[in-house]
Design a protein around this ligand. Structure first.
Ligand code: GAR
Length: 184
């Protein structure tokens, strides 16, 4: 089985959804996390996935820590990288090492509402539809070729919380399916 790494910074519900998928065409052999104490780390432990945790502030710049990340990925024989709530911009060092093999999930219908708090942005803008995008990354913030999108309608009685719940349900179904489709 081909090996893949997940990058996450927070709760890790998408990591969990990927791990719980029975038909995954790859082995998740590494979780990379930039936030010591993030809840995703408990989940990795539960699933027995090795982790590499780093603090970006302890490095001179992005290039320096990304060189180390590429080393860790190569040591673990990783071919694919799945960003799942990794709240950092990937720089040229990592991007060129895994060109065309880094995928991201984002909670909006890109190119609308890139960046942070995409769900809150859509809600506060008074949109009646938003959704989920899975895409290959490039050097931009939530840009790059789109692989799959699914709309989520914003209902009259939605709160940001209820909207987030529905968006995340879609994420948890969509991400493993996209992985099944693209990983060979
Ligand atoms: C997800 O909703 C993901 O789409 C979003 O962060 C959340 C992480 O949740 N990513 C971005 O906003 C990327 N710009 P999780 O830690 O429970 O998977």
């Amino acid at each position: 089985l081909v090996k893949a790494a997940v990058f996450a910074s927070g709760t890790g519900s998408n990591f969990q959804a990927i791990m719980e998928n029975a038909n995954l065409p790859c082995e998740i052999s590494l979780l990379i996390c930039d936030k010591p104490g993030a809840r995703v780390l408990e989940k990795a432990k539960k699933f027995g996935v090795p982790t590499f945790v780093f603090k970006p502030k302890e490095y001179t710049n992005k290039e320096e820590y990304e060189k180390l990340l590429v080393e860790k990925l190569r040591e673990a024989d990783v071919s694919w990288v799945f960003l799942a709530g990794y709240m950092r911009i990937v720089g040229p060092t990592l991007l060129s090492a895994y060109e065309g093999r880094i995928v991201n999930i984002h909670p909006s219908l890109l190119p609308k509402f890139p960046g942070k708090d995409a769900i809150g942005q859509a809600f506060q803008a008074g949109e009646n539809v938003t959704g989920v995008t899975v895409h290959f990354i490039d050097e931009g913030i939530d840009t790059g070729p789109i692989i799959a999108q699914e709309p989520v309608y914003i209902l009259a009685d939605d709160t940001e919380e209820s909207l987030k719940d529905r968006i995340q349900k879609v994420e948890h179904r969509l991400y493993p399916r996209v992985i099944q489709k693209i990983v060979k």
